[in-house]
Design a protein around this ligand. Structure first.
Ligand SMILES: [Zn+2]
Length: 94
């Protein structure tokens, strides 16, 4: 996995790609509260990211998988990421 650093807090993160094809930063290190399962890297070198529901998380942990946390949830400077979170989530541009 390619480790990069957050532009805001310099924490180690990994960019991955969601099922919808969007880029998503997750903490490089797995987290006990994580809900994101990283898969094999795609053509762009980024691992796929599967967001798991509560039951899936239990199953993954029981199977020894380590889950990651969306960096926005742990970033101390997440408020700097976007001025309008609702707009950012939908990926709309003005
Ligand atoms: Zn950060």
């Amino acid at each position: 996995m390619n480790r990069e650093v957050c532009n805001h807090c310099r924490a180690a993160i990994v960019w991955c790609t969601t099922a919808a094809g969007k880029a998503m930063p997750v903490d490089a290190d797995p987290d006990p509260n994580g809900n994101i399962l990283l898969g094999q890297p795609g053509p762009d070198g980024r691992p796929t990211a599967g967001v798991l529901g509560p039951r899936q998380q239990l199953g993954a942990r029981a199977g020894g998988r380590r889950l990651h946390l969306h960096h926005r949830l742990s970033c101390p400077k997440a408020h700097l990421w976007a001025r309008d979170p609702a707009t950012a989530v939908r990926g709309r541009r003005r």
